[in-house]
Design a protein around this ligand. Structure first.
Ligand SMILES: Nc1ncnc2c1ncn2[C@@H]1O[C@H](COP(=O)(O)OP(=O)(O)OP(=O)(O)O)[C@@H](O)[C@H]1O
Length: 324
């Protein structure tokens, strides 16, 4: 029995599939990233998973129990499944502590105070506990919204674009918070994002949504290194899509369209001929911090390679494709 399961879930709006027969499962403590472009159906799927929206077909299961339809309930949703929306929905004049406390207003005071302290610590909010919500940074607001959602213990946490509008330090902090939450409480988490880096770095497993279809499901490593098609390859990072005839040997696996997908970091560049090296000319050089991205022309094929030092424009170099 899986902990949390979406079983062939579909949603149709105006005769269009917005979500089409999507199935996946989550174990306890798992963090599942749902990656897709704007309009791919991520928020719709998340609302169905929360029990807030009825699917047109399929069902959602938590610990072997089928979720009741939203339309069958006075207050839609499930007590063990919490969702944090993009707008946070905090009470601006109240402090962080008060915002979390409010979610526990029906509980006895001693328990409430203890639980709020625990959540402040878990969500790294102790230093801003007495600050009003309106004065918080985007990252602090997001963590407060998560703490409030988790005030009553839950089994599944659903996050709609949790990294949107966050700068890099806040993204890192939130990543850490979500990881710790999953490890310490065993909560299963689904987050939706249109940013491949967030999905790759946080997910234990992830799914790619395109026009409502879940086109690939797997660990970040599998999806990054063995994308199902050119769309997934391009969505998840820099990629060289080599024409079907570009490489004579078949050491690289091919995409369904016959092309070969190779990440730039898998290629090596040398300045003297090598046995398998493909001769090419440097067209453009871009500094990207940890490396230079070198654009090369090899016959009709444009290539991208990462290199540790700058290379002069127009120089002839050799690219080796054997390295994996
Ligand atoms: N209530 C509705 N009625 C009609 N169409 C809808 C409704 N809700 C969503 N849609 C459509 O369904 C599609 C998927 O929307 P959804 O919000 O799930 O996508 P998304 O991947 O979350 O997009 P974004 O990243 O922009 O939030 C879009 O084309 C949207 O216009």
């Amino acid at each position: 029995m899986s902990f949390f399961k979406l079983n062939s879930v579909s949603k149709i709006y105006q005769q269009q599939w917005v979500v089409k027969e999507v199935s996946f499962t989550l174990s306890e403590g798992e963090i599942f990233g749902l990656l897709g472009e704007s309009g791919s159906g991520k928020s719709t799927l998340l609302r169905i998973a929360a029990g807030l929206l009825d699917p047109d077909a399929g069902d959602v299961w938590l610990q072997g129990q089928k979720l009741r339809l939203a339309s069958d309930q006075l207050i839609p949703g499930h007590p063990d499944i919490k969702i944090v929306h993009q707008d946070y929905n905090l009470s601006a004049p109240l402090t962080v502590r008060e915002n979390i406390n409010y979610a526990l207003r029906y509980y006895e005071k001693t328990y409430r105070d203890e639980r709020v302290d625990e959540l402040l610590q878990l969500c790294q909010l102790e230093s801003v506990a007495e600050h009003p919500a309106k004065s918080l940074s985007g990252g602090e607001k997001q963590r407060t919204a998560i703490a409030r959602a988790l005030a009553e213990e839950a089994k599944v946490l659903l996050l709609d674009e949790p990294f949107a509008h966050l700068d890099l330090p806040n993204r890192r902090r939130l990543t850490e918070t979500i990881r710790e939450l999953a490890e310490q409480t065993g909560i299963a988490c689904i987050f939706v994002t249109h940013d491949a880096n967030d999905a790759l770095s946080l997910s234990t497993r992830m799914g790619i949504l395109q026009h409502g279809n879940l086109i690939q499901l797997g660990t970040p490593e599998i999806i990054y290194h063995s994308p199902a098609d050119a769309y997934v390859a391009e969505l998840t990072g820099e990629i060289n899509l080599l024409g079907a005839d570009f490489l004579k040997n078949d050491v690289h696996s091919r995409l369904p369209d016959g092309r070969i997908a190779v990440r730039p970091e898998k290629l090596t560049l040398s300045f003297s001929p090598t046995i398998y090296g493909v001769e090419s000319v440097v067209k453009r050089v871009v500094f990207e911090g940890s490396h230079y991205k070198i654009y090369l022309q090899a016959g009709h094929q444009l290539l991208k390679v990462y290199h540790h030092e700058v290379v002069p424009l127009g120089k002839s170099v050799f690219v080796d494709f054997r390295t994996f």
